[in-house]
Design a protein around this ligand. Structure first.
Ligand code: VY7
Length: 169
């Protein structure tokens, strides 16, 4: 099973501020939905909380939430006590078919724990100067950019580019 991480960040690496994404780029939301649809998604409990209630669980995807709280539960979500446990759950067959990929969708603490298991990173760079309190991991030299769609301008006015990294070693 391929394990991917997907995030959007500013050039300074900011991914979050006060439990929200401090910009709005509809094209990136569409990319996020198209990339993850039909695959299990793994997220931390704070990221679950950050989703507007009407979008929880993310539809068309198995939602696995990582929390150390053994009593946590939410309609439409499955709980895991660790990122490793979540990835094991995600790899189990659903309706007799084994998943081919799983996407880790955040946030900062979960990306840090999951990157060692990952083979793919989808990173959207948003040309925003927003300040924040959560930062993306910095991919090490083993990660190579293998796809780059170049810069575009969002309807929001912000420039953005979507790049894919693949791990060589
Ligand atoms: C998270 C939302 C947040 C606020 C309002 C609506 C990349 C993104 C994420 C996470 C963008 C979000 C949403 C958008 C997705 C919709 C549901 C509503 C869906 C990430 N590159 N971009 N993100 N939703 N991990 N990585 O906007 O969600 O997918 O159904």
């Amino acid at each position: 099973m391929n394990i991917g991480l997907i995030w959007a960040q500013t050039p300074a690496g900011v991914i979050g501020a006060d439990n929200a994404i401090p910009w709005r780029v509809p094209e990136d939301m569409a990319h996020f939905k198209a990339t993850t649809l039909g695959h299990p998604v793994v997220m931390g409990r704070r990221t679950w909380d950050s989703l507007p209630a009407r979008f929880r669980p993310l539809d068309g995807r198995r939602n696995i939430v990582v929390t150390r709280d053994p009593d946590w539960a939410a309609e439409g979500a499955e709980r895991a006590g660790s990122v490793a446990g979540a990835l094991e759950l995600a790899g189990e067959p659903q309706e007799s078919a084994f998943p081919t990929e799983v996407w880790v969708i955040g946030g900062g603490e979960i990306y840090r724990a999951a990157i060692e298991y990952a083979t793919t990173l989808s990173v959207t760079e948003v040309e925003s100067t927003a300040r924040g309190d959560v930062h993306a991991p910095v991919p090490g030299p083993e990660w190579k950019v293998t796809d780059d769609r170049g810069w575009g301008t969002s309807t929001s006015g912000l420039r953005y580019r979507i790049r894919r990294y693949t791990r060589s070693a």
